[in-house]
Write a protein that binds this ligand. Structure first.
Ligand code: UD1
Ligand code: CA
Length: 453
């Protein structure tokens, strides 16, 4: 089948007002990726080489976004929203290039399963001219019904055009269609707009093709394939289904999730076997975790690379560019951004490390801060292998601490410290015997005098 050429047409000219948003509907994200990009990924996974994106008039934002998630896609503008068949025909120029398979998908149906697409393509390869991916549901309202006669699909009737008898049908159009490329334009050009909505329905090609004796079939898939997102409640529902799938996949691949329902993955999270993830952990985009790491509860991680056997959290925040090498530790209430924490280094408590390198085996005391920003520019802090940074120190970048350097706690370090040196950057302590008691007496007498007067 892989030899067959395939064009995927993704319809995304939706109005999207029900999202109550300045952002086009299909750019709302699931697992951090625009829903239309999920559809693109599914098309690619089903072996579809070419992509046409049908967008609404003036959708510059869509074009810009598409450059990121589908750089090779050709965008077509549907000037007026006259129906799904009309939308597909906006991509006429692409269709006429000639493909074996044409897949039509909706940009607001993000949970499409590549296997359902591949199954539909297989039916085309076996000679079908139109394949409709359908699903069964107890509550078919709003969906086009699949009308079958003698085991053959003969029509799809939209809800508004259904007779009472047809409304009882529970086999529905999921919105995914596969059409034999050599017949696609001929069929689409015959679609009219005589229906309750006065639209050009893509679904009408079923009746047209069946009437001409072509092989038209339904291919059954799960309901998720058809879950169309029209508002933020449905967006959250899709997110929930996506996350549940991903958690299961992670667990089956050897990751322990102690409370799976509280762990949230990004579309691109990579996580190795024998990693243990405790409860309430959030993965933003760009996270790669090798094997055997421990991610403790309430950690927020994005754009970070975590090597084998690292220990993170609880309550750690790893931001983009955090790069933890083997056995590194970043503990509670620590934030790490754009910094390498080399093998076995420890950043255990209440610390901010930004724009820095921490050498292997170094120990960063509680409350250490890299002062990396002067309000205008960012500066680098380099901490050598085996260095010891005493608690509550401020390292004012640019600054470097040599290998084995030792920083006294409470220091403000503004000048670089050579290898193996000890640096103090704080006022010297004075201790005045008896002065504490004297001070207390003075204050208490003053307070008593104020009360009387
Ligand atoms: C459509 C199907 C219906 C199916 C349901 C599944 C048709 C006629 N009906 O109905 O059988 O059960 O999906 O969810 O196809 N679009 C455009 N331009 C247009 C019209 C639509 O780009 O002129 C896009 C929309 O943005 C959307 C998709 O096509 O992504 C589907 O359109 P929509 O109006 O939501 O169709 P439904 O009534 O849900
Ligand atoms: Ca819809």
């Amino acid at each position: 089948m892989s030899q067959r050429t395939c064009l995927s047409i993704i319809l995304a000219a939706g109005e999207g007002t029900r999202m109550k948003s300045a952002v086009p509907k299909v750019l709302h994200t699931i697992a951090g990726l625009p829903m239309v990009a999920h559809v693109v990924k599914a098309a690619e996974a089903a072996g579809s080489g070419e992509l046409a994106l049908v967008i609404g008039h003036g959708a510059d934002e869509m074009r810009k976004a598409a450059l990121k998630f589908a750089p090779k896609a050709e965008a077509f503008v549907q000037e007026k929203r006259l129906g799904t068949a009309h939308a597909v025909l906006a991509a006429r120029a692409a269709i006429s290039k000639g493909y074996d398979d044409i897949l039509v998908m909706f940009g607001d149906t993000p949970l499409i399963d590549p296997e359902a697409l591949a199954a539909a393509r297989l039916k085309l390869a076996e000679g079908a001219v139109v394949v409709v991916v359908g699903f069964r549901t107890e509550n078919p309202s709003g969906y086009g019904r699949l009308i079958e006669k003698a085991g053959k699909l003969v029509a799809i009737r939209e809800e508004k055009d259904c007779s009472d008898e047809e409304k009882k049908i529970t086999f529905c159009n999921g919105g995914l269609m596969a059409v034999a490329g050599r017949h696609a334009l001929k069929l689409l050009d015959q679609v009219g707009s005589k229906n309750a909505k006065g639209e050009y329905y893509l679904t009408d090609i079923v009746e047209i093709a069946a009437a001409q004796g072509f092989d038209v079939v339904a291919s059954e898939a799960s309901f998720e394939n058809a879950l169309g997102i029209n508002n933020r409640a449905e967006l959250a529902q899709a997110e929930g289904i996506w996350q549940a799938r991903r958690r299961r996949e992670a667990m089956l691949s050897g990751v322990t999730l102690i409370a799976p329902e509280t762990v949230f993955f990004s579309h691109d999270t990579e996580i190795g076997a024998d990693t243990i993830v405790e409860s309430n952990v959030w993965f933003g985009p760009g996270v790669k975790i090798a094997t055997g790491a421990k991610i403790h509860a309430f950690s927020h991680i994005e754009g970070a690379t975590i090597a084998s056997n690292c220990d993170v959290g609880p309550f750690a925040r790893l931001r983009p560019g955090a790069d933890l090498r083997n056995k590194a530790k970043v503990g509670n209430f620590c934030e790490v951004k754009q910094a390498i924490v080399e093998e076995g280094a420890k950043v255990n408590h209440l610390t901010y490390i930004g724009d820095a390198r921490i050498g292997a085996g170094a120990n960063i005391g509680a409350g250490t801060i890299t002062c990396n920003y002067d309000g205008y520019s960012k500066f680098f802090t380099d901490i050598g292998e085996g260095a010891f940074i005493g608690s509550n120190s401020s390292l004012v970048a640019p600054v470097s601490i040599g290998k084995g350097g030792y920083i006294a706690s409470g220091s403000v370090i503004t000048e670089s410290v050579p290898d193996d040196a000890l640096a103090f950057g704080r006022a010297r302590q004075r201790t005045l015997p008896g002065k504490g008691k004297e001070l207390r007496e003075r204050f208490s007498q003053a307070a008593a005098a104020r009360k009387k007067g």
